[in-house]
Ligand binder design. Sequence first.
Ligand SMILES: [Fe+2]
Ligand SMILES: [Fe+2]
Length: 263
Amino acid sequence: MKLSILANDKSKPGYLAEHGLSVYVNLPFAKILFDTGFTRVFLDNARKMGIDLNIIDYIVLSHGHYDHTGGLLYMPPVKNIDSIIVHKDALIPKYAMENPIRYNGIPFDFNEIGWIESKSIFVERLYEITSGVYVLGNIPHQNKQDKYYVDGKPDDFHDEMILIVESAKGLNILMGCSHYGVIEGINAVRSHFPGKKILNVLAGMHLGSKEVSEIKVIADYLETLELERLIPLHCTGEAAMQFFKQKFKEKCLLLEAGDEIEL
Ligand SMILES: [Fe+2]
Ligand SMILES: [Fe+2]
């Protein structure tokens, strides 16, 4: 499986960066676009990397935040795409309770764009996209993030879905923002795939405002998994990324837009 980072908060020289995430997942039997960033940055970076997004089979939108979905508006219709997979509640308007209040949901209407509307599949919980490839939503957790609101209530992020790719040796996990919590997300995957080894984790981890003690708890948990690769990016936060890099050394990859990795 080859992963190409198309949009991320940091980029290699010559590539564009933005606050957002988009990863191209190239499997022998399926080509998947995991998130689309906020703008057309992922398209420009893909072109520069020689990646043809006209041949993708699936788009998976991890959750209904602008920085993971907005780029879809700029995407030319993909003729032979099988489906766009999104949680049924990702489309509910979402807000960040800042001063002034900021809209941070999907910045366009699915129903107004014909190819998106006709190809969308709305899911929740566990859904098998194609053989050995799943999304898992409705992640159980107790974490409160009071800044984010949906329907006038603090967002519980049940619309955030994890992309899971099964290989002969175990599971590869991709998480957009991990708003439900990194540990809770991985534990949810483990409960659905008992006995399966977790090989690789790529994730925006949303740890920018966390104390070192909280980052350490997550790092200690990740250590128990004995991962082949940990790839923290997007909203993980600089302090957490450096903490993970120091702890996991060459097993931790700090990838930027424009980078590719074979797992
Ligand atoms: Fe994000
Ligand atoms: Fe998010």
